[in-house]
Design a protein around this ligand. Structure first.
Ligand code: ADP
Ligand code: MG
Length: 256
């Protein structure tokens, strides 16, 4: 667990993350196999960071977990239950996904972006949605930016709005796909701090990232993927200091 602190985030909720398990997950695009049997167990309330070279199947794996792309085989267990048996919209309410590109509505304020999701997905009244949206924005340290449109926010703030929007739906698991990759370097830290805080507060998280410092501090487990397979997984300190496989050793020598 990380020791990163943030004064803006001290008063916040405790999340009740559920466990997530990928069991022999197989995925393909057409007849090209991209995931060739991936097993990853993420205990409730823990953080797993996924690292690996570009094209190794990390994004595809996250897309399979919440079925933006249907798996070919294997299973995903959410709190022990087969996620493949759930309706996709129910599943996506229970597992939030945040991407590199935040996809906020440009003509709506931060508050409206979060409130619109609540109205659409949860069918909340406008007043209730706005009240809850304000609370969620406060959680990510953006109470004072609620009335700003995306173009008047920094990239890091926009990404935090996107995270607040996902959190507003009260997911049991959050998936993050390289959420800091498109940000200017000075904006990365605020987003990483927020993710670390969510992890400390009990959210179950799968974080695909190139930020090895974050993985080393915030992850309970690091998973190294290559060519659609998990090559190595384990405790971050151990994995980084003493990688077992030549492929991970080579990858680390290139990125560290
Ligand atoms: P990563 O996120 O680790 O960079 P991806 O999951 O994006 O890897 O990609 C894994 C493989 O699947 C790559 O070979 C990529 O070219 C291929 N791929 C990704 N998305 C598509 C798609 N929509 N159609 C066809 N092939 C894809
Ligand atoms: Mg990717």
């Amino acid at each position: 667990m990380t020791t990163t602190s943030s004064a803006a985030l001290t008063d916040g909720p405790v999340y009740r993350g559920s466990s997530l398990e990928l069991v022999g997950l197989r995925m393909a695009y057409g007849d090209v196999d991209v995931l060739r049997g991936v097993d990853i167990a993420v205990p409730a309330g823990s953080t797993t960071c996924v690292i690996g070279p570009s094209g190794s199947g990390k994004s595809t794996m996250l897309r399979g977990v919440n079925r933006l792309h249907e798996p070919q085989g294997g299973d995903v267990l959410l709190d022990g239950e087969s996620a493949l048996q759930l309706k996709p919209d129910v599943l996506r309410r229970r597992i939030g996904l945040v991407f590199q590109h935040f996809n906020l509505f440009p003509d709506h304020t931060a508050l409206e972006n979060v409130a619109l999701a609540l109205r659409k997905v949860k069918g909340m009244s406008k007043a209730d949605a706005r009240e809850l949206a304000a609370a969620r924005l406060a959680e990510v340290g953006l109470a004072e930016r609620a009335g700003h449109r995306p173009r008047d926010l920094s990239g890091g703030q926009q990404q935090r709005v996107a995270i607040a929007r996902a959190l507003a739906l009260e997911p049991e698991v959050m998936l993050f796909d390289e959420v800091t990759s498109a940000l200017d370097p000075e904006l990365v830290k605020g987003v990483l701090t927020l993710m670390a805080t969510l992890g400390q507060r009990g959210m179950t998280m799968v974080v695909v990232t190139h930020e090895m410092g974050f993985a080393g501090k915030a992850a309970d487990q690091v998973v190294f993927m290559d060519e659609g397979k998990v090559v190595e997984a384990g405790d971050p300190a151990q994995l980084f200091s003493d990688p077992a496989s030549p492929r991970l050793r080579r990858f680390l020598s290139e990125v560290l």
